[in-house]
Ligand binder design. Structure first.
Ligand SMILES: Cc1ncc(COP(=O)(O)O)c(C=O)c1O
Length: 302
């Protein structure tokens, strides 16, 4: 197992959120501020990249290649971390470039050149649009085309990055006595790492629609059978890149009770799910896994 790179600020703070706890009917609510990791714009992807990039550097990488949606937090964190390490970066993003006339129009979440995509470009990443092809196929070709490239899987989830969230769980155990952690689930390593350390019964995941089978994704990343996983699928709405009405309400609630800004795809769904789950636990930790730039990639009222 690699030693993580000494980048970012750890442990991340655990903050009390009494007004939000009262609004949600919880005895106690803490926010684990992984959005404040001082690397790559923060978030769970930055915590994972400390581990994944240690592996890349040990392999002699000069270029990081990865994939994501146009507003991918993982892609943005990879672009910024590559810059920090003096590595080149190729991001293979799904679909077409914004303003490309071939792009299918999605009224729910029109692609915007703002948000994470703006930051990807600012950090100097080369962006390749996968168009109608699967992004992982295009990424494998890009990696094969460049000497010294290191391919980071979708969402930055690999056995190496599971260790990053086992580390987060150990931080939490030292910070508070809690019943359950609430987390958004995409490619799975965040939940897998928390489950590996805390046990499945203490982790409540909310599916974001990013993976076809999130439970299989989490299980595949674990080395032993965790027992029954709690992954609630009630917040997907019409799909991954849609912003649902419960998510809008959750974004407003967090902002208006605690001045806490959540993102519209991941943490907004997890907060909407927590609000809709009265039996989530009495003392709850909510993992703020970042994603704030994604708010600025949404061109519709929140
Ligand atoms: C802000 C944010 N939270 C949570 C997740 C989900 O994490 P994981 O992919 O490890 O399941 C992501 C993944 O993209 C994310 O960007």
């Amino acid at each position: 197992m690699v030693e993580p790179l000494d980048l970012g600020v750890f442990p991340t703070p655990l903050e009390d959120a009494p007004r939000l706890a009262a609004a949600l009917g919880l005895d106690r609510l803490w926010i684990k501020r992984d959005d404040l990791i001082g690397l790559g714009g923060g978030g769970n992807k930055a915590r994972k990249l400390r581990y994944t990039c240690a592996e890349a550097l040990a392999a002699g990488a000069e270029l990081l290649v990865t994939t994501g949606a146009p507003q991918s937090n993982h892609a943005r964190a990879t672009a910024a971390t590559a810059a920090r390490l003096g590595l080149a970066c190729v991001l293979v993003l799904t679909g077409h470039a914004p303003q490309d006339p071939a792009a299918p129009q999605s009224p729910a979440a029109p692609q915007s050149p703002a948000g994470n995509l703006l930051l990807d470009r600012l950090a100097g990443a080369e962006i390749v649009w996968a168009g109608e092809r699967p992004a992982d196929e295009v990424a494998a070709e890009e990696a094969a085309r460049h000497a010294g490239s290191f391919l980071i899987p979708f969402g930055g989830s690999s056995p190496t990055s599971v260790a990053a969230y086992a580390e987060c769980a150990r931080e939490l155990e030292a910070q508070a006595q809690f019943d359950r952690v609430v987390v958004a689930v995409g490619s799975g390593a965040t939940m897998a790492g928390l489950v590996a350390e805390l046990g499945a019964a203490r982790v409540l995941g909310f599916d974001t629609g990013a993976s076809p089978d999130p439970e299989a994704a989490v299980r595949a990343l674990l080395t032993s059978n965790p027992g029954e996983l709690a992954i609630d699928q009630g917040q997907i709405g019409a799909g991954y890149d849609t912003v649902t009405e419960p998510v809008r309400a959750a974004l407003r609630l967090a902002a208006r009770t605690e001045g806490l800004f959540l993102d519209p795809i991941y943490t907004g769904r997890a907060m909407a799910g927590l609000a809709a789950t009265p039996g989530a636990g009495r003392r709850v930790v909510f993992l703020h896994s970042g994603g704030l730039p994604g708010l600025f990639g949404v061109d519709q009222p929140l």
